[in-house]
Design a protein around this ligand. Structure first.
Ligand code: SAM
Length: 269
């Protein structure tokens, strides 16, 4: 898959690094301050090729990476930042073939990454209680995976309207990822749904949430779970302009804490 096809989502990158996201539709035009580009001039190009606008601006044509796509996609809820998504995939040890449950779906940013990580033999069940967020997420997910010819390359996705505080239907899950305000309210359901050895990962912005979660886990579910760790992820981008190389003045400093616990098997006396 290297030539750009009709109905793909692409980024056009100008000489100053600005990105324009377009969904290629035969017969359509894209207009911006530096001219007009016919979608038909982009369709059929090699990825990484260039296209020239009616006013002579050359733009590079690229398929967006997952993190570029997530940054530009429509948001209903606050999403998990790509830096945290990367850590979540590693800390929750998401593997090809895994059976993963996530809640809430929100805008679907984490769902996209989970789906790609579980691969063709895996499954992602995602619970969301608000219909409007679920439809935004569904659209975001569909758009990202549009170019996948064989659906089997990615995992099976089940988007569920439901409240995880009221229960989880699935059993023998390998991983449960909670990105919602009161994860401690789901602990009993997670205890039933997760297989022994499975991983529970919660993502929350405030220390009070993490404190309450860890205390509840210790006091009421200590027989079923063992806390593995609490993490924060920092990333600092540098600016490179001519001879000036230095960290950028602005950075996203705090986003969320990542809490990881392991389900324990209770059957061995
Ligand atoms: C911060 S957003 C999740 C963002 C998502 N992880 C992403 O990356 O796009 C939290 C979501 O959880 C949903 N939510 C809150 N409580 C819930 C519950 N008990 N069951 C299911 N979804 C819930 C909210 O409606 C909201 O969409």
């Amino acid at each position: 898959m290297s030539r750009i096809e009709a109905y793909e989502l692409v980024h056009l990158v100008d000489s100053e690094g600005r990105r324009y996201q377009i969904l290629l539709s035969p017969g359509s035009d894209f207009s911006f301050t530096r001219g007009k580009i016919a979608h038909d001039d982009v369709i059929g190009l090699e990825e990484g090729g260039t296209v020239t606008s009616s006013l002579g601006e050359r733009l590079i044509v690229l398929r967006p990476t997952m993190s570029e796509y997530i940054a530009k996609m429509k948001k209903g809820s606050q999403i998990v930042y790509p830096k945290d998504i990367a850590a979540i995939i590693m800390l929750a040890d998401i593997f090809p073939g895994a059976r993963v449950l996530e809640a809430g779906t929100g805008s679907g940013a984490l769902t996209i990454a989970l789906l790609r990580a579980v691969g063709g033999s895996g499954m992602v069940v995602s619970y969301e209680r608000r219909a409007e967020f679920q439809s935004i997420a569904e659209r975001n997910i569909e758009r990202f995976f549009h170019d996948v010819k064989s659906a089997g390359r990615y995992g099976r996705l089940i988007l569920k309207r439901g409240d995880v505080y009221e229960g989880i239907e699935e059993r023998e899950l390998d991983r449960v990822i909670l990105d919602l305000p009161e994860p401690w309210r789901a602990l009993r359901s997670v205890e039933l749904a997760l297989r022994p050895g499975g991983i529970l990962l919660c993502y929350n912005p405030t220390v009070l949430q993490i404190y309450k979660l860890s205390k509840r886990l210790e006091l009421r579910f200590g027989h079923s779970f063992r806390t593995d760790g609490i993490y924060e992820v920092g990333i600092r981008e540098w600016e490179i302009r001519g001879r000036s190389m230095r960290p950028q003045h602005r950075a996203i400093v705090h986003t969320g804490f990542i809490f990881v616990a392991r389900k324990i098997y209770r059957g061995d006396g």
